[in-house]
Ligand binder design. Structure first.
Ligand code: NAP
Length: 521
């Protein structure tokens, strides 16, 4: 059985004790163990601030972009190995594993290209500047410089590769060294990725450290120049973001948490749009066995169409084959851990307080190709509430598995937006319709409650990739219970790693300091 090591202060560290087990969720078999006991977190922070940070800051944005291209290439070269690890440790089908691994490589490559376009600068320029006195002798302009701290990245279990990459890309491009901590249960993929990057000598020493196991007193050591980026459940986020030192020093904190994402079918949708809606909902319920922060949890359908839509969804969900991804014909793997399985069962029971099951058992099943009684298999489960507004549990309880609830609404844009808002803030809302007036009423009412609105229409039906993909060009994050964070969206995701500074002085001096090679550079 493999023992995962941490990569800290320039060395691979193996803990002597305090292990947690990692298991294959298709069989329940223990496959690895991890512990960070004995890691000296003071040294971790010093190594990042004293070694990694200066090395990264000695490079320009363009040079750091080159590191990201190198990281992306390593992922591509070891894709098959990483997909296999993802299957063994995460229970993913090949498609689901590639969603994570290829998503990671693509995000690194995107930030590599973005960084190249920034050129050989050590500070970013934000604006053209403004005259602040009678002449250009007093001018103001804003720039952004890499902060002198360390970024601690704590990730959720469901995207071990992408979770590492989307944060690392912004951190490295921003010139800030990072400590990445994958969720222990599925840490094998992230641990191997860091090992590959270190072996290939792509990043300077101290730029990336890896902690497999708990964070010990690492978070207590963060201060004014540091950043803490967390992805996981809202409950853990509440506990972690409230630390005295984080508040006292204004450590930058970014949280990506739970999300009760909604898919909304508008009335009178074109047949191609309605088909996209059905395809997306089934995919977003079952991809990665529903363990996506962007998965659809609430399905809003006009009351006069809901029976027909329910029948169509039930038929498609009935064609999903849950089982061991190593077996032929399996289209959906298990959930990742015994704890997730338990949580799904408990969650569906809670949803049943305000909704009834119309498809699926809502309980563990045996999986195709897996021994009876073994593995954490949970079937696609569709519920339906009689009344959208009073279905409180549906708007409050995230069941992190292949589970969603149909909610009838009166067909108006106003009621659809109000029901979406009951989720308390989401990462993504998908809406499917072709009536521009309806969409124009819905969009501004829904926008304050969600980080992204994915609009399915006849015009996008052929190429739309599904609402669950967090593309690096656009925002990932959402208000309220989704954490209030902002990641990706090009430079938006890099900005937290940079300090904005206003330079004031004679225009020539300010411009030369911010933009030494001139505006064409
Ligand atoms: P979790 O239990 O909150 O754990 C998330 C991470 O926090 C793990 O790395 C975990 O480490 C760590 N952690 C837990 N307690 C900690 C503590 N006291 N100190 C330091 N670290 C601590 O969440 P999860 O079960 O992994 O992920 C599922 C949740 O994540 C879902 O609610 C999902 O919606 C959310 N999620 C959100 C996004 C997003 O972008 N918004 C993306 C993915 C997932 P250990 O594993 O070692 O305990």
């Amino acid at each position: 059985m493999e023992t995962l090591k941490s990569y800290v202060y320039g060395t691979w560290y193996e803990a002597p004790s305090g292990f947690r087990s990692l298991v294959n969720p298709s069989t329940g078999e223990e496959i690895a163990r991890a512990s960070s006991e004995g890691v000296e977190f003071g040294k971790v922070v010093e190594h990042a601030r004293g070694v990694g940070g200066p090395a990264l800051r000695a490079m320009t944005f363009g040079e750091r972009a080159g590191l990201l291209k190198g990281m992306s290439k390593v992922l591509r070269e070891h894709r098959d190995e990483l997909l296999e690890l993802s299957r063994i440790n995460g229970g993913t089908t090949r498609g689901d594993g590639s969603f994570d691994v290829d998503g990671a490589g693509g995000t690194l490559a995107y930030y590599g290209s973005l960084g190249r376009s920034l050129g050989d600068r050590t500070m970013l320029v934000e604006d053209d500047g403004v005259q602040l006195a009678k002449t250009e002798g007093f001018w103001g302009r804003h720039g952004l410089a890499p902060r002198h701290g360390v970024a601690v990245h704590v990730n959720a279990f469901n995207f071990p590769a992408w979770g590492f990459a989307e944060k690392a890309a912004c951190s490295i491009l921003g010139g800030v060294p990072l400590v990445t901590k994958p969720a222990t249960a599925t840490a094998m993929v992230a641990a191997r990725i860091v090992e590959l990057i270190v072996e290939a000598g792509i990043v300077p020493e101290g730029a990336i450290q890896l902690v497999c196991g708990g964070t010990g007193d690492l978070l207590d050591r963060l201060g004014a120049q540091d950043l803490f980026a967390f992805t996981g459940s809202a409950d853990t986020a509440i506990e972690l973001r409230d630390r005295q030192n984080l508040r006292a020093t204004n450590t930058r904190v970014n949280v990506e948490a739970d999300s009760l994402n909604a898919a909304v079918l508008a009335p009178g949708a074109d047949p191609a749009t309605a088909e996209l809606f059905l395809r997306d909902v089934v995919r977003e319920m079952t991809q990665k066995s529903g363990q996506k922060c962007t998965a659809v949890r609430r399905i809003l359908v006009p009351v006069d169409a809901i029976d027909r839509i329910q029948d169509a969804l039930v038929e498609r969900l009935g064609a999903v084959v849950p089982g061991d991804p190593a077996a032929d014909g399996v289209t959906m793997g298990p959930v990742a851990t015994a704890q997730q399985l338990e949580d799904c069962e408990r969650g569906v029971a809670e949803l049943q307080a305000t909704a009834r099951i119309v498809h699926g058992a809502g309980k563990r099943i045996d999986g195709t190709g897996a021994p009876a009684g073994r593995g954490f298999f949970f079937p696609p489960t569709l519920l339906r509430a009689a009344d959208a507004r009073s279905a409180a549990a549906v708007h409050e309880r995230e069941v992190f598995g292949p589970v969603a609830t149909l909610l009838p609404y009166d067909g108006s844009a106003g009621e659809a937006a109000e029901v979406v808002a009951l989720g308390g803030g989401t990462l993504v809302t998908s809406v499917y319709g072709d009536d521009m007036d309806w969409l124009a009423r819905f969009t501004p009412e829904c926008a304050p409650y969600t980080g992204r609105i994915y609009i399915g229409s006849e015009g996008s039906a052929e190429v739309a990739p599904g609402s669950g993909i967090a593309l690096p060009q656009t925002l990932h994050g959402g208000p309220g219970r989704a954490g209030g964070g902002e990641e990706l969206a090009g430079l938006v995701g890099v900005r937290p790693y940079l300090q904005r500074v206003a330079l004031q002085g004679a225009r020539g001096v300010v411009d030369t300091l911010l933009d030494p090679a001139g505006p064409e550079s």
